[in-house]
Design a protein around this ligand. Structure first.
Ligand code: SF4
Length: 465
């Protein structure tokens, strides 16, 4: 019997990359690849990159340098290591990656993961030619095309679900072209999967143990998938249909754009009980002037009116958002507008960053770049305000009994960790059999980033599901 081949995937970035990494593992499983815990144990290492990170490419190249050293040690011992680079940096840098780091065997863009088996075979052929001492014009194998047919038509269905919760990618790409963002260049234009394919995958996920499904897309609420009858389904329609799938107890979606928060979707928050009362809705800035410079295509008033309408239909809705401070031209008054907006809305959480130039984006060439020290001070002030709001939000739940979906064991023996409907982490004592199930928990104490709780009652409906 031959030993199974080992695969290690290092995933950077958003949940879409986590989903893609799982799908790559699914594609490679039939070739005999089992997951390894460390790159040093692997025969194939995939680095699934994210371009949003600051100095993203440089960090990828330094990781590839480390992998090259592992590869050289392996070769000295008569074995090999195949290195693949995937994700947005692969898409953006393409051939440059192989030029700068010749140890890389495969560069694969996000639209071509279903072709990994062919790319691996091609890489193995090239390696054999090189080992035979023959010359090749280039050793790496590249696929960064945006093919006309969708990768989703070729990827296998999901093979397993971690602890009751699953991601389901329904939309990719973006046509919005915010002036700070590389996504429209690395992920291409908006594409929505057909509704039937999404529902079929949801049923597979439920059969594999999912009770919570998070719908993913770079612009998920721009979803416009074709239905079997030729009509187009919005995200709201998809959510309503997904709620009818037996066994789906929780639905979430991310990441949304305020422009695509239409009336139907807002109404779904009040009408679909499985749709969790937590929404991540990036606003980036509270200043109309900066929102325009960012090409966000909405002002602060539209954002505030969306929040108001959402809370009218779902009063317990918690919100999180994204903020960029120090965008070119941001004055003290613009920043004050952002702080006032946060005050007005009240957030459960937020991701916040200092603006940093992304090569090729309009923002990187704008005049009036904000000095680093100013960005640092503004970010600290904004994060202090968000931390205060998060603490207050967590404290408001203390004493309540809420349903928690347990997802993993905690650090302490006997401890398990789960999520409330508002995506707060809860630590409680309980047996591992509760992982993957929704259980009533009495929240006993609130901390800045989590809550402590006591398991109160096992939800038998969730157990049956
Ligand atoms: S909406 Fe803007 S920030 Fe979001 S992916 Fe598209 S371009 Fe990037």
């Amino acid at each position: 019997m031959t030993a199974p081949k080992r695969l290690f995937i290092r995933t950077y970035g958003c949940q879409m990359n986590v989903y893609d990494s799982d799908r790559m593992a699914d594609v490679l499983r039939p070739l005999g690849y089992a997951l390894a815990d460390r790159p040093d144990d692997a025969d194939l290492v995939v680095v699934n990159t994210c371009h949003i990170r600051e100095h993203a490419s440089e960090k990828v190249y330094s990781e590839l340098g480390r992998l090259r050293d592992v590869k050289l040690e392996r070769r000295a011992a008569g074995r090999d290591l195949t290195i693949a680079v995937a994700g947005c940096v692969a898409q953006a840098e393409g051939e440059e990656i192989v030029k700068r780091q010749p140890a890389v065997d495969i560069v694969v863009g996000p639209q071509a993961y279903h072709r990994l088996p062919e790319l691996l075979a091609e890489a193995a052929r090239k390696q054999a030619v090189l080992r035979a001492g023959k010359r090749l014009p280039g050793a790496g194998v590249l696929d960064t095309d945006f093919p006309a047919d969708s990768k989703f038509d070729h990827l296998p269905g999901p093979q397993g679900v971690r602890a009751g919760s699953a991601f389901l990618s329904i939309q990719e790409g973006c046509d919005k072209f915010c002036t700070f963002c590389v996504v429209p260049y690395t992920r291409g234009s908006e594409y929505s999967r057909p509704a039937a394919a999404v529902l079929a995958e949801a049923r597979q996920l439920v059969a594999a143990g999912a009770i919570e499904i998070t719908l993913l897309g770079q612009n998920v609420n721009a979803y416009h998938g074709e239905a079997r009858d030729g009509s187009t389904w919005s995200l709201a329609r998809l959510i309503r249909e997904l709620a009818e799938v037996e066994g789906v107890a929780r639905i979430r979606y991310t990441t949304s754009h305020p422009r695509d928060m239409d009336d139907e979707l807002i109404a779904a928050h009040g009408a679909v009980p499985q749709l969790m009362p937590y929404l991540h809705l990036p606003v980036q800035s509270g200043s109309d002037r900066i929102l325009e410079a960012m090409n966000r295509r909405h002002g602060r008033d539209l954002f505030l009116s969306i929040v108001e309408r959402l809370r009218n239909v779902r009063p317990d809705l918690a919100l999180s958002s994204d903020f960029i401070v120090g965008f070119p031209g941001e004055s003290d008054a613009d920043f004050d507008d952002t702080m006032r907006l946060i005050d007005q809305v009240g957030l459960a959480a937020a991701f916040s960053f200092k603006y940093s130039r992304r090569p090729g984006t309009p923002g990187s060439a704008m005049p009036d770049q904000v000095p680093e020290a100013v960005k640092t001070a503004r970010l600290a002030a904004l994060q202090a305000l968000i931390a205060e709001q998060s603490r207050a939000f967590n404290a408001s739940k203390a004493g309540q009994t809420v349903p928690v979906l347990f997802a993993e064991p905690g650090r302490r023996p006997g401890q398990i960790i789960g999520k409330t409907p508002w995506l707060q982490s809860v630590h409680a004592d309980g047996p591992p059999r509760l992982i993957g199930r929704i259980v009533d928990v009495r929240l006993t104490a609130a901390h800045p980033n989590s809550l402590a709780g006591e398991v109160a009652l096992v939800d038998d409906r969730a157990e049956a599901a």
